[in-house]
Design a binder for this molecule. Sequence first.
Ligand code: IVH
Length: 682
Amino acid sequence: MAIPAEVKQLSSELRTQLQEHNYRYYVLDDPSVPDAEYDRLFRELQALEAQYPELITPDSPTQRVGAEPLASFGQVRHTVPMLSLANAFAESEVLAFNRRICERLQKAGLQHAGIDYACEPKLDGLAVSILYIDGSLHQAATRGDGATGEDITQNVRTIPAVPLHLRGSDFPPVLEVRGEVYMPKAGFAALNQRAEQRGEKIFANPRNAAAGSLRQLDPKITATRPLAIFCYGIGQVDDMFAMPERHSELLACLKAWGLPVCPENKVVNGEQECLDFYAKLAQKRAQLPYEIDGVVYKVDRFDWQQTLGFVSRAPRWAVAHKFPAQEEMTQLVDVEFQVGRTGVLTPVARLQPVFVGGVTVSNATLHNMDEIARKDVRIGDTVIVRRAGDVIPEVVSSIKEKRPKNSREIVLPTQCPVCGSDVIRAEGEAAARCSGGLFCEAQRKEAIKHFASRKAMDIEGLGDKIVEQLVDEGLIRDVADIFVLRGSQLAALERMGDKSAENLVQAIAQSKQTTLARFLFALGIREVGEATAKNLSEHYGGLAAIMQADVEMLQTVSDVGPVVAQHIVAFFRQTHNQEVIAKLQAAGVQWEECDPAQKTVGPQPLDGQTYVLTGTLSSMTRDEAKAKLQALGAKVAGSVSKKTSAVVAGAEAGSKLTKAQDLGVDVLDEEAFLALLDKLSS
Ligand code: IVH
């Protein structure tokens, strides 16, 4: 069937538009249309191609996944070898690298100081080479041994950020692009979560996940993996092509041709600016959406790169300045159990000290007994320890092959190691707890530390170490004792001068004037975090009402469910807690209460009812709607169940509306909701 000219025209326009949207999304990180619009154009092109299959070109955006699974990968010889980089770990090695370059250039009669370096993150993925012929993706390969790699064309085609056709018209007819395929951190987490739910293999890190995904013989599997790419160079290129003079200019060309280039790249001058770039990137590392393991410095001028040349299999003009490793191997010497504020026992690994993530680590968390079982860790094992950024070091896994014969099982103690009370493990809970409550010195210390902390009573200068000393010396037993401490008692503490003691006395006095929300949070009631404390304070306005509320009533407070409500009631029922609160108030701890008369104006019209909000309301925000419902006594929940009284459904309501309809729960549209508010508020 002959294809009408206007259909040809339309399909070509659609392809150009889709390519442009991809470019804005993946290369410029600045999409100009919502995803839905992209999907609409995509489906329109798919429909045309289905009707006129002759329209299909291999580089049509609809043709990413198509090929059948392979029996094995073919081999690809790299016309220009894929080299590796020399590593530098210490600053001195970077300085030596720069010095060598300056000297060589000087010998060659070229400039010798203040070299321009292109600085780039060292991406933690895997190197690929992608060959474009006349702008169309022709072949893609792994690095392999540098001379020969594997043909992964079908898999690379499935990566949405890899253009199937280059933009514009000034690209060389033969262009081999080199870059790093990686898996963004978020995609990696989602992939592993999915794998865990399905009982499939968990990947150790994003790099392994990216490598495993590219090594699939079935491209349909690769297509489901969240892969991305950043390009950092070229290999083979057409002879006729007028190369730019600098690496940074080449990267700008790659970008203009539609290839993603890392946005963190920057040209700097001289060694010191390289080190500054490294320090800044190290700071930023944890926030980046992808893993990096260092910085690559490259001499920016291509003519100088050529003069410098190569040594063995790495260029003299570049070096990878690595970050300290975040994972190391060491021996698990023993396990101790630490008792937290709510009595939770956390197994802590005592390790043969090891340098990891830039510091020496001798303790690492093992989280809980379930984690120990899952990771199959025993005392005496060689383990992998991870310390990333400011995160608490953790034992990631044990190396079974290195397990000694005399390794010992880690056993949960039956008695609290601090106070000797029974250790209880509630059914269905991963945590084991000491049942000693505030009788347990460990729990008492943690409770006091929490009480004094910044988001609670904010007592400046009353840090963890001082609390420990005060409890050890028997100067305080509970949080109320803080307010009767004398300057002379504090000054007598180790490492505490008169001036600091005086400052602390003042900070304690100042903290007495607080807010109800802070005070509630400071009490350390189980599951009552900052947000819940704030909700309770806003709902009741005063402490007495909260102390008197029962489990039912408490559940009318936003975000308070049956478990939290029970913890609150249990806390205030304890005589010990009532006494401490009375002591605190007697010592002068105070806050402004809202007029209780206003807060307890008898029953509210929506008492005992639970509403769910979904979709967008045109007349108010969701928070405003929530506040209005709560003011009328209703509880506002996040999900629909049989117990939901009604669902308020604004525009574009989704699954919650469907669920309400399925369960036969009342649904109010915006108009009906406004009418209800009107009726009940008057
Ligand atoms: S340039 C001749 N730039 O590091 C220079 N490599 O050890 C070749 N890598 O196989 C590579 N980020 O997988 C370069 N910005 C970057 C890089 C980078 C990561 C990897 C790449 C390469 C290995 C070299």
